[in-house]
Design a binder for this molecule. Sequence first.
Ligand code: 13P
Ligand code: SF4
Length: 302
Amino acid sequence: MDLKSEIKKLAREKDAVILAHNYQIDDIQEIADFTGDSLGLSIEASKVKNRLIVFCGVHFMAETAYILSPNKKVLLPEKDAGCPMADMVTAEGLRKMKEKYPGVPVVCYVNSSAEVKAESDICCTSANAINIVKSIDSDRVIFVPDMNLGHYVSRFVDKEIILWEGFCPIHRRLTAKEVVGLKEQYHDAVFVCHPECSPDVVDMADHVCSTSGFYTYIKKSDRKRFIIGTEKGVLYRLKLENPDKEFILAYDTFQCKNMKKITLNSLYESLLKEQHQVTVPEEIRIKAYGSIQRMLEVPRNF
Ligand code: 13P
Ligand code: SF4
């Protein structure tokens, strides 16, 4: 039996569900029970009936799954798969910021630790950030840690957004100059990007959305060529669903090395040995749960 079939068999025997983010390697997306963006995966994790959740993504995503489903065993096949942006804000740093702006509500991007979520009023993802900020009854909000997503949201809301200066190094690497060059080279192409890109890149986009938003937007479009302004993992499903369309990755190495740490082997090992469990101390989990649960009550933008 090949490794993919072994994993599926083992998952059935162990009553495990495999959840995978849209940036995972193709082989993992192929065998996952559910693939999605951070919001879709959180919703799925909150509904899981299985005993085990094997989360193929990065640490904050597995942590969010545990926060929502604490009675499940949550495994992250590569224990060091983290998110550098999530590491740019700590609970202590956020407490200091709150002291500087007393009473101002805190919105935290789901790309953050459980401790940071516990210090926040509400979470958001790239798929619902605009609606989340709009839902807050205050004309000022603190937004952590992604300054680019926060800046993107500020274009749509009539509120002051106090930004934390975090960013995704992978999305920030794409420059406006490169996009200009690509648009010249592929003048008939539609440029779609993730809101983690810099504001000057976002300015040039025909559409801005979460990773799953790429699938819905591109499937519906009658255009044939697309410049992809996010991590290359989305190409797997884009190509499957749109065999007649052409995709140009905005830069060759648009890859998150943390997202790419998980392999079929590490997934198999983790499932077999039930290793690399992710948990959160109960006191923090309860507070973080409140921030995530409030988020899930607000509809997504895209
Ligand atoms: P999505 O929630 O849009 O999938 O984004 C997660 C992420 O980490 C993007 O870099
Ligand atoms: Fe974090 Fe960026 Fe990787 Fe997304 S792509 S997980 S934001 S480092």
